[in-house]
Write a protein that binds this ligand. Structure first.
Ligand code: HEM
Length: 304
């Protein structure tokens, strides 16, 4: 995803070229051996190696300046475990150099791409549903005012703003089929046999569009997450945008917080419009794959 910010015209262009996160290779990895160019395997591998170089350059700096009496952050804790722990007999030792490189990579990539794409889909929905912007602005003006930016402490007092983010995460499921898992042993689920080694995918997008659960899943309607007193109702939020179970998204709290901070700051300070001469987005043109994303589009940001 590339963001262009034109300060003169207060316009923002969101550009996502296809599904850079994963392609057919996520499901049929052996294709890479036969079609490294056509499947984009070669270019993705080169890009990954460069990302790993970047991650390693940071990691190595931390390892050189590591002091076990002065733990600075998660990385130092990890290095401590690597240096001091020994695996129990028969156990695979997980605190390894290669493992922390992949953990850092796993955190860096979705922070740059996933959260930004989700925000762009939310802004696109707002252009199509201007009454939602009015309602969020009314709530922000009442609770936060215009003299300062919203903070995470304000979040509980902004149920409509929060409900808008939840609706965005639900209606535009960023990872429509979750991330592929594999059954580690033979098991059953609701009477279905799942043999060891079976690919298991979660139909998150299907869950978010079940008519019997949501009534009108195709409408962008934040109110569905509010109770009769217009308070946020967690009981009504049965969405699973970050997956479920032990392997759900490691960045859920971070993403919910950053989405709130970015979205509320934008809407507090700007009115959003389609650029003169542009048409409203056709959501049928969304690019989908392992990750869903928008077609490129422009927004005019008019200072309030
Ligand atoms: C709006 C933003 C995001 C959404 C909607 C999202 C959603 C998801 C989903 C659906 C999964 C698959 C869960 C499963 O298989 O059950 C996942 C996995 C993961 N996400 Fe996110 N994600 C977002 C942002 C982030 C961010 C910012 C980070 C890092 C800071 C992150 C880190 C991860 C990691 C490490 C996994 C793999 C977890 C595992 O396999 O144990 N995600 N995410």
């Amino acid at each position: 995803m590339v963001l262009f910010f034109r300060t003169g015209r207060y316009a923002l262009h969101f550009q996502q070229k296809g599904d850079d996160y994963g392609t057919i290779l996520s499901y049929l990895p052996w294709l890479k051996d036969y079609f490294p160019e056509a499947t984009n395997y070669r270019i993705m591998r080169e890009a990954n190696l460069r990302m790993i170089d970047l991650v390693e350059s940071v990691l190595k700096r931390y390892m050189v300046s590591y002091d076990e009496n002065h733990i600075r952050c998660f990385l130092d804790r990890y290095i401590k475990e690597m240096n001091n722990s020994t695996p129990l007999e028969g156990e695979t030792f997980t605190f390894q150099y290669d493992q922390i490189v992949m953990i850092l990579w796993d955190m860096l990539l979705p922070t740059m791409s996933g959260s930004a794409i989700q925000l762009s889909m939310l802004l696109e929905r707002l252009l199509l549903n201007p009454h939602v912007i009015d309602e969020v602005q009314r709530e922000l003006d009442d609770i936060v005012g215009r003299g300062r930016l919203p903070t995470l402490d304000d979040r509980v007092q902004l149920p409509y703003t929060e409900a808008t983010i939840r609706e965005a995460l639900c209606i535009d499921t960023l990872v429509p089929s979750g991330i592929a898992h594999v059954a580690l042993e033979n098991t059953t689920l609701r009477g279905y046999d799942i043999p060891k080694g079976t690919f298991v995918m979660l139909g998150l997008d299907v869950i978010h569009h079940q008519r019997e659960v949501w009534g009108d899943p195709e409408n962008f309607r934040p109110e569905r997450f509010l109770d009769e007193q217009s308070k946020l109702s967690l009981a009504k939020d049965v969405s699973v945008p970050f997956g479920a179970g032990k392997r759900l998204c490691a960045g859920e709290t971070f993403s919910r917080n950053t989405l709130f901070l970015m979205f509320s700051a934008i809407v507090q300070n700007f009115n959003l419009h389609v650029r003169p001469g542009d048409k409203l987005s056709d959501l049928g043109k969304r690019v989908t794959g392992v990750v869903t994303s928008t077609e490129p589009f422009w927004i005019n940001f008019e200072p309030r």
